[in-house]
Design a protein around this ligand. Structure first.
Ligand SMILES: *Cc1c(COP(=O)(O)O)cnc(C)c1O
Length: 461
């Protein structure tokens, strides 16, 4: 399915028409000096607790877009990411990383006339987060100093933990600690990051995902701990996870164009939690990808849809739903979206439309689409599909929604909804019957800091 990526003398690569600019990243809070790509990846979060953001967003040339339907994922990746990372990685390493990361297909599947699913769940852990986590692990490995082990601290609402654990498993000099809300992830998701052993440890926090995220943030603002333990973050705020997510938006558009040469208007719906994925789609648009509208689709945690309607941004404690990977009450990537629109609310609402659905609507949609279209939606993708059904008549475009995870990752909920068994794909079957290793901690920073120090002393949790 993948064309072999030519290493030398390939006209397209040599003609890379993007200027090799030195790309620095500033903080969206503007209280921290600019950082290189390498520094931004290692640091994860600027000192002022903003988010790293590229100082310049290049526009891709027309020739790129005319070739797009015929380019492979690694080819798209190298071209799109070069201006952001090539100065620190080097072109050759970037090319190689792109080939290693995009080894699985990301097909565009027609669900019904004018509505397509972009299936992002064919990677090793069956969720879109494989893309960012695999890219980041290889960047960090390229940058890590041999004599200075790094501890990657990450909070997960379900899928980040497994993608990061899988991406980093067995890497020398890098330890991973996954924090997750106890009881807040599906049993299969939990198995995927608590049974691996080696350099991967899991900590269940007696709290919500927002609590886990807050603990990670606190650890990074604790300068003593960060330096002493050489902490790095692999959350979606890390630029090395954020940027590569652009790649499949270009790919989706190319595949869609092949099927719809005469159609020009397209809406992409993105089931969102922390809004890193949507922020990547909007960055792709800024680079010239002609998407008319994006939908910010959420579950009951509807902070952003409410904001798009009222103009008031108000975070709230997260509510638990069957689309658990989106149970986020304080979306950490949203400032990047505001930055992309120059902090202009009007400009933002012209392009980004809000949508949310509750559990009953999600369940009804899964049943209906299975009956009518013989297509199995996962609870997150179901919100994306439903948003298009409701918004497209008004927007008058075709639509793609992102299928962000494999339905079998939510086996129990899916089976309850459908009243029949949902088979596990090969990647997930491998986890059945394994033994979990978890440390349980109260929602308390002192305990976490102590545990990280102890772990590094003893080499294990
Ligand atoms: C992480 C995740 C999301 C939310 O993605 P964000 O980039 O945080 O908005 C949606 N669906 C699934 C299945 C996920 O794992």
């Amino acid at each position: 399915m993948f064309r072999k990526y030519p290493s030398k003398g390939y006209a397209w690569w040599n003609n890379l028409s993007i200027k090799q600019c030195k790309m620095n990243y500033y903080s969206t809070n503007r209280q921290t000096a600019e950082h290189s790509f390498k520094e931004s990846v290692i640091k994860g979060l600027p000192q002022d607790k903003g988010l790293f953001f590229p100082q310049e967003i290049p526009t891709l040339p027309d020739t790129f877009f005319s070739q797009l339907p015929d380019l492979t994922l690694p080819e798209i990746a190298a071209q799109v990411l070069a201006p952001y990372v090539s100065e620190d990685l080097g072109k050759e390493t970037l090319q190689q990383i792109c080939q290693e990361v995009f080894t699985f297909p990301i097909p565009l599947v027609e669900v019904e006339k004018g509505i397509y699913a972009l299936e992002l769940f064919h990677g090793p852990t069956c969720a879109f987060k494989d893309v960012g986590a695999r890219f980041m692990s290889r960047c960090l490995q390229a940058f890590a100093e041999k004599d200075k082990p790094v501890t990657v601290l990450v909070a997960t609402s379900g899928d980040t933990g497994s993608a990061v654990a899988n991406g980093f498993l067995g890497l020398e000099n890098i330890d991973v600690v996954v924090l997750y809300p106890q009881g807040g992830v599906s049993p299969i998701q939990e198995m995927q990051f608590t049974t691996l052993g080696q350099n991967i440890s899991a900590v269940a926090i007696e709290g919500t995902f927002d609590d886990c995220q807050a603990l990670v943030k606190q650890a990074f603002s604790d300068e003593t701990l960060t330096q002493e333990q050489n902490l790095s973050s692999a959350n979606s705020i890390n630029v090395a996870r954020w940027l590569p997510q652009m790649v499949y938006y270009f790919h989706a558009f190319g595949q869609w164009k092949k099927l719809n040469q005469d159609v020009t208007e397209l809406t992409i719906s993105v089931p969102s939690g922390n809004f890193g994925n949507l922020a990547a789609g909007l960055l792709a648009r800024k680079m010239g990808l002609p998407i008319s509208y994006f939908v910010a689709a959420t579950n009951l945690n509807k902070i952003v849809p409410d904001y798009l309607e009222s103009g008031t941004y108000k975070t709230a404690p997260s509510v638990s739903t069957i689309a658990n990977a989106m149970d986020v009450g304080s979306p950490n990537n949203f400032p990047r979206i505001q930055e992309l629109f120059g902090q202009q609310f009007e400009a933002l609402t012209e392009v980004v439309k809000g949508f949310w659905a509750d559990d009953e609507e999600i369940k009804g949609t899964i049943r209906l689409v299975y009956q009518n279209n013989n297509y199995l939606l996962d609870p997150h993708g179901a919100i994306g599909y439903l948003s298009l059904k409701q918004l497209l008549p008004e927007l008058k475009t075709q639509g793609i929604f992102l299928e962000t995870a494999h339905p079998a990752k939510f086996k129990e909920s899916m089976e309850e909804v459908l009243g029949q068994e949902v088979a596990l794909p090969e990647q997930l079957q491998a986890f059945l019957g394994r033994t979990k290793q978890v440390t349980i901690l109260p929602n308390d920073y002192a305990g976490l800091a102590m545990l990280l120090r102890q772990k590094n002393k003893e080499g294990t949790l």
